[in-house]
Design a protein around this ligand. Sequence first.
Ligand SMILES: [Zn+2]
Length: 175
Amino acid sequence: MFSFWRKRTKADGAPTASDHRSSVRLSVVGCGDAFGAGGRLQTCFHVSAGDTQFLIDCGATALIGLQRMGLSPNDVDTIVLSHLHGDHYSGLIWWIMHGQYVSQRTSALTVIGPEGTKERYLATAELMFPGSTSVDPPFDVNFEVYNEYEVTEGLGFSVKPFPVSHPSGAMSSAL
Ligand SMILES: [Zn+2]
């Protein structure tokens, strides 16, 4: 786990509201390749910034890694996907089912990715757990599409995709 926070000292005094708003914490949940090289799991970064928490990518091992780190999946508001290879998005299948059947999630989840993200999620979920997509979770799952070079705001952070050459059946991006 990495943190951009400088360790506070007594000279800093008590944290203020502005300290809280300006702090960003990055936790590397997974940074291995598609095969979890070195036991580092598949790609998933957890960011806590002010009042929001979000993921950058959600590989198949995301939920396992997050729970190992003591982070709550229910506190994640948004999942941003760089592209639609399985080691970057397929964790959505377990993530949404976990919210539905285990953690009793009630707050909305936003998933933002390239055109085709929702369709890829639905197809994968049906292959892995037939019939699963016909049962609506008790929380809203909002799929949003980003477009190359366009900034998406209103998530508690902003995201801008830069297209890269990495064929995945949809636009692949550096974010
Ligand atoms: Zn890839």
